[in-house]
Design a protein around this ligand. Structure first.
Ligand code: AMP
Ligand code: MG
Length: 421
């Protein structure tokens, strides 16, 4: 069995070489948030469909307002009223107007809208004068307060291109085109298998010497957060038969993630089975935590499934997931940007890097006076999962740095940025 020491970048490049963007599927727009559009979307309609009022007011011919001002208003005869969603029946000629609401199509014969504030409507109402006439108190130009048909989207135009990540605003644009269903890249199904004789499922009582399987749940939640669909395979005991049985259930998935069983001193069953069923290589990545890592392709029946073997320690598995599984999922989803959102911060803690690996230190990032600060959240053991719960970022200690001193500028990968769903 090979053991190779590689950098985080080399490991990521290799992991990504095993996965490809998935196929497109039809999807409701409401299930498409955060997904990647797989078609060029053209409009078949004008938006807005007709010239319409941008303000509540009176639709007029601009020429009828010539010379109007508050001290000598132009009096126009009101021949009708039109609300949004309706077409005015009346036509407007010189000297007449139609009362109009925002969004209502511009009546025939008019070319401007005078907003209520520029008329004497309030005064008339206060004086209980009839509204069959209106005083215009301001001269307006042609086109005033009119939104033109197609000014947002012209019929036939290309509105959204394939590859676009759909945010709430793109979902709105699709709805404005009347699209209920679109083509998007499908979500990857990610099988998650925990291995280890010591593990007990959360549904069971905890016997002496055992621990609850937490990795499955933190990893499944990470899969969901980044847009995948987890398939929980449960726990495989450290024996060949148990492992092979469980692995069969990964057959129709897009990625298999296993936890534990990849470290050097590990009971060799997991490694043996994984190596026998596929082309899996075991690597030592120059990082901390999360050093041992396995990846390759597992052959299950006729299907080949990319496989990522994460370390067993709860913190290591989560951090290795962030560095390697997250980009793999994003690639399958058709996304192009795999980098974790990162901020530059001043370190408020000292971090030693004696064995010169890339350390992902659990920190709490705060912002004071426009500057980010990063402080270690306490014990950094890779079994201390509560430190992940306290952290909102991972401070990166470069492998060529012997230490980070208090006051040093550092890069921090943000765990909470909410950039994906
Ligand atoms: P291993 O990689 O098998 O050497 O495991 C490293 C450490 O992680 C051991 O203390 C294991 O008990 C622990 N561990 C392994 N798998 C899990 C899991 N699914 N949930 C919680 N802890 C685990
Ligand atoms: Mg183990």
């Amino acid at each position: 069995m090979k053991q190779n020491m590689i950098s985080v970048e080399e490991a990521l490049e290799k992991v990504l070489s095993y996965v490809d963007v998935l196929e497109a599927e039809d999807e409701y727009i409401m299930d498409s948030l955060g997904r990647v559009l797989a078609e060029d979307v053209h409009s078949t309609i004008n938006i807005p469909p007709l010239d319409n009022a941008a303000m509540d007011g009176y639709a007029v011919q601009a020429q009828s307002t010539e010379g109007a001002n508050p001290s000598s208003p132009k009096i126009l005869r009101v021949v009708g009223e039109v609300a949004a969603g309706y077409i005015a029946k009346e036509e407007v000629a010189a000297g007449t107007a139609i009362r109009i609401m925002t969004g209502a199509p511009i009546p025939k014969g008019t070319d401007a809208v005078v907003q209520f504030e520029d008329t004497d409507e309030e005064k008339r109402k206060a004086a209980r004068k009839p509204l069959n006439e209106i005083g215009i108190m301001r001269q307006v130009e042609k086109g005033t307060n009119i939104r033109l048909a197609g000014e947002d989207i012209a019929s036939g135009s290309l509105v959204l291109t394939a590859g676009t990540v759909l945010r709430p605003q793109e979902i709105g644009v699709l709805a404005s085109l009347g699209r209920e269903v679109i083509r998007v890249i499908r979500r990857p199904e990610v099988a998650i298998l925990a291995t280890g004789d010591e593990l007990v499922d959360i549904k069971e009582p905890l016997p002496p010497g055992k621990i609850y399987n937490s990795n499955t749940y933190s990893l499944a939640a990470q899969v969901m957060r980044y847009g995948g669909v987890p398939k929980i395979l449960g726990i495989a005991k450290d024996n060949v038969k148990a492992l092979e049985d469980k692995l069969k259930q990964a057959r129709d998935t897009d990625l298999l993630i296993t936890s534990a069983g990849v470290s050097v001193g590990e009971y060799d069953v997991v490694k043996d089975v994984l190596a026998r069923l596929g082309e899996v290589t075991f690597w030592t990545v120059r990082m901390k935590p999360g050093k041992p890592l396995a990846f390759g392709v597992l052959t299950l029946g006729k299907k080949k499934i990319p496989h990522l073997g994460l370390p067993g320690n709860p913190v290591s598995s989560m951090i290795a997931f962030e560095q390697f599984a997250r980009p793999a999922i994003l690639k399958m989803l058709g996304k192009k940007d795999f980098a974790k959102p990162t901020v530059q911060a001043k370190s408020e803690s000292r971090v030693d890097n004696k064995d010169r690996r890339r350390i992902f230190a659990r920190v709490r990032v705060t912002k004071r006076d426009g500057q980010y600060f990063a402080r270690l959240v306490g014990p950094q053991g890779s079994g201390i999962l509560t430190s992940m719960a306290q952290a909102n970022g991972l401070m990166i200690v470069p492998e060529d740095k012997p230490a980070i001193e208090v006051g040093d500028e550092v890069q921090v990968q943000m765990l909470d940025w909410n950039e994906e769903m």
